[in-house]
Ligand binder design. Structure first.
Ligand code: HEC
Length: 151
């Protein structure tokens, strides 16, 4: 029984890892398109949450929560698009992404963490709680753009 459970668990983990690495890009342009699309989605969903946090649109707990969930999911997947060899073409990615990959990975994890907290805060149904989590998330996006994205 225990062995079977272990196999089942590692199978699920493998499946997740495969989905998250999305290594099926045929050419570098596909990886670039993938990550830019994901970033576009992240920007759009952060925008909705930001508008609520800043009071530009009324706070709606359900809308906030749905947006934050999509944001959190895409943020988990999107860094798979930064595959080696995809530093040329229609991209603003700086070469440091690959030469300082530990630093880049740390920046990605920081955002994943901050966005997970934002998603939890959005579920609280409390605007102040969400506002408090929004700042660090937005700051973590900016920090990586400052270091790893061309003007
Ligand atoms: C670990 C680094 C990193 C983090 C964290 C990060 N980004 Fe990005 N982002 C990039 C890079 C690099 C590019 C340029 C990608 C390219 O052109 O190939 C980019 C591009 C973008 C773009 C432009 C997409 C386009 O090409 O039209 C948007 C919008 C964006 N990011 C939003 C966000 C938001 C919102 C967050 C936080 C929730 C975030 N990013 C977090 C590195 C990061």
């Amino acid at each position: 029984m225990k062995l079977a459970a272990t196999f089942a668990a590692s199978g699920a983990a493998l499946l997740l890892a495969t989905a998250a690495s999305a290594q099926s890009f045929q050419k570098p342009e596909d990886a670039i398109k993938y990550r830019r699309s994901a970033m576009t989605l992240m920007g759009a969903h952060m925008g909705v949450l930001g508008a609520m946090a800043n009071g530009r649109v009324p706070f709606d707990a359900q809308v906030a929560s749905r947006n934050a969930d999509v944001l959190a999911l895409v943020t988990q997947l999107q860094f798979a698009g930064f595959v080696p060899g995809s530093d040329k073409g229609e991209t603003r990615a700086k070469p440091e992404i690959w030469t300082e990959s530990a630093k880049f990975k740390a920046a990605a994890e920081k955002t994943q963490d901050a966005v997970a907290k934002l998603a939890a805060a959005a579920k609280s149904g409390n605007l102040d709680t969400m506002k408090a989590a929004f700042g660090p998330a937005a700051q973590s996006c900016k920090a990586c753009h400052d270091d790893f994205r061309k003007e």
